[in-house]
Design a protein around this ligand. Structure first.
Ligand code: ATP
Ligand code: MG
Length: 555
């Protein structure tokens, strides 16, 4: 890991060389999502890389929708992708749709036919597959391979005009059925699809295939460095062939890097869509999802995601990143930024029997112990408070320093209290503690009379505001679900969300608004949920716990 952070990445080095040698005056990169789902953290890696390089070298960054497949694409996805890219700070210099290039692509297909480099094939999909051969065996040429230029031009035109049914014909590049690279064995470049397109409507009955469309899109826009993931390495000869034979003015260079994989995370839109469609999660923006919108709702900041993406680096070999590393970066980011507040998630009532009945005093507490500039706030304190159930044990285990009968603890920002009596209901459950406080021990008074080993948080019962706290665990149990060929639906963690009804101090409840982030003392970093928070009810998503044993250099 540390190697990758320090070594400046190999793509950056290529760009530096290309600028120094004056191969390019200016670089242009792009992020080319297919609008068939919401963006995930893997896409963030690509956005941060591409937009970051363009910015660093004063170049340009394009957002381009690779919308060449009419059946799976939707406007909802286009809008969500724009929002997510913008939110991540990937400001684009230009926004394009591949479908705007359909006319040019069609002309280029005609050009290939005229050059004897493309033909209309009547073989079925199964036959084409069977004719393709194997890695050790050459493919077989289609009987339609040697149609005349005129016939091919005419058939393509008629395919375009909708004269044939889906699957009846395709247009193929005429390259080499014996090529050791399977991608070069006369790949299909156009297929018939009588489908409405979100941008072009019913204008087209034929749609270009990715391997033909993508290099043209890059070349049309003058992309200098077309950065993609490793699985396209074997497609590069075809990419270069298309750019060359279509006689494009600009020649982009395809460079491959390893896609991001993370432990306990599925990262393919197909799988994420399944989670949404099967209602295993509450939409694409469920806080347990690795989508950008899910991470945003969970409480991740763009800074944390960008820092994570930079730190994981750019490599040529696939690997799996520990998802705790992402958590590390949100902690780093929020540590100084997020103010502290006190909330009790599993409340246990404490009555301070020697505190005056109708008195409420305001106590001054720090907004962020690590950041003095965050200042202080006043929180109410009175005779009845709530503490966490886990901060009391009737029969303490060894080294338990919190509340138990006869023990004294410090209440953060308040007083020492001592537990005198345990009140139970008819079933023997502890429902209330009776304690006494020592007025001499007020926080900030300089009291040094005696020490206590336990310090706990609390909220004032009279004024605290009910709130919901949602705690999350990984959605996927398995460590590297994408690598083990297992059905990921069997790896769903049934306990990935726990919803708790507790209380938060009034001072913070009054000002908290959706997407505000807090360090709730001892409980973790939380985000005010933008979906379920209402005027009357605050809902908090736990982003991460406050501490972890994870160290950056561990990875
Ligand atoms: P998925 O496999 O999740 O469906 P995709 O690659 O089909 O993703 P696209 O919309 O085609 O999704 O991807 C847009 C860009 O994002 C591509 O350039 C792709 O290389 C990049 N990308 C997708 N997933 C990752 C990942 N896990 N790590 C890095 N880059 C990725
Ligand atoms: Mg794709």
């Amino acid at each position: 890991m540390s190697n990758e952070i320090n070594s400046s990445n190999f793509i950056r080095n290529i760009i530096i060389e290309d600028l120094e040698s004056k191969k390019h005056d200016e670089i242009i990169t792009r992020f080319p999502p297919e609008p068939n789902g919401y963006l995930h953290i893997g896409h963030a890696k690509s956005i941060v890389l591409n937009s970051g390089l363009a910015r660093e070298f004063n170049g340009k960054f394009h957002l381009r929708f690779d919308d060449t497949n009419p059946t799976k694409e939707e406007t909802e996805y286009v809008e969500s992708i724009k929002e997510d890219v913008k939110w991540l700070g990937g400001d684009w210099d230009a926004l394009y749709f591949a479908s705007d290039y359909f006319d040019i692509m069609y002309e280029k297909a005609q050009l290939l036919i005229k050059k004897g480099l493309a033909y209309v094939d009547d073989l079925s999909a199964e036959e084409i597959k069977a004719y393709r051969g194997t890695l050790t065996e050459a493919g077989k040429e289609s009987p339609y391979r040697n149609r005349s230029v005129e016939e091919n031009l005419d058939l393509l035109e008629r395919m375009k005009n909708g004269e044939f049914a889906d699957g009846e014909k395709v247009l193929r590049a005429k390259i080499d059925m014996a090529s050791p690279n399977m991608n070069m064995r006369d790949p299909v470049i156009y297929r018939i699809a009588h489908a409405s397109h979100h941008n072009t409507g019913d204008k087209w009955c034929i749609y270009p295939m990715y391997d033909f469309a993508h290099p043209l899109e890059d070349a049309i826009e003058g992309i200098t460095h077309s950065i993609c993931t490793l699985e396209f390495e074997d497609h590069r000869p075809l990419y270069d062939w298309v750019v060359r034979e279509c006689e494009m003015e600009h020649t982009p260079r395809q460079i491959e890097f390893a896609r991001l994989n993370m432990t306990n995370t599925v990262m393919s839109k197909r799988k994420l869509k399944l989670l949404v469609d099967e209602k295993i999660v509450d939409g694409w923006d469920d806080p347990r999802m690795p989508t950008i919108s899910g991470l945003r709702r969970r409480g991740y900041t763009p800074e944390a995601i960008r820092n994570f993406c930079t730190a994981i680096g750019v490599a040529k070999a696939n690997s799996v990143v520990d998802s705790q590393m992402l958590e590390y970066f949100i902690r780093e980011d929020l540590q100084l930024k997020a103010n502290t507040a006190m909330a009790v998630m599993r409340p246990l009532k404490v009555v301070i029997t020697n505190y005056p009945e109708d008195k409420t005093e305001m106590l001054t507490v720090s907004n962020n112990a690590k950041n003095e500039a965050a200042g202080t706030r006043e929180v109410p304190f009175s005779r009845e408070i709530y503490v966490e159930q886990e901060d009391f044990m009737e029969v303490p285990v060894k080294k338990y320093f919190r509340l138990f009968p006869g023990n004294e603890v410090r209440l953060i920002g308040a007083y020492f209290i001592k537990c005198n009596e345990v009140i139970k209901d008819e079933n023997g459950n502890v429902v209330e503690l009776h304690c006494t406080y020592d007025p001499e021990t007020k926080s900030g008074s300089g009291f040094t009379g005696r020490k206590v080993k336990g310090t706990i948080h609390w909220v004032d019962a009279k004024t605290a505001v009910p709130a919901e706290f949602r705690l999350y665990e990984p959605l996927i149990l398995d460590d590297a679900p994408e690598n083990q060929g297992k059905d990921f639906l069997e790896q769903i963690n049934p306990n990935s969300m726990e919803i708790l009804s507790g209380f938060i101090e009034a001072t913070t409840a009054e000002i908290a608004k959706p997407n505000d982030k807090y360090q709730l003392v001892r409980n973790g970093f939380f985000n005010v949920d933008p979906k379920y928070t209402t005027e009357d009810k605050l809902v908090f998503n736990r982003i991460v716990s406050l501490k972890s044993s994870f160290k950056l250099q561990d990875k």
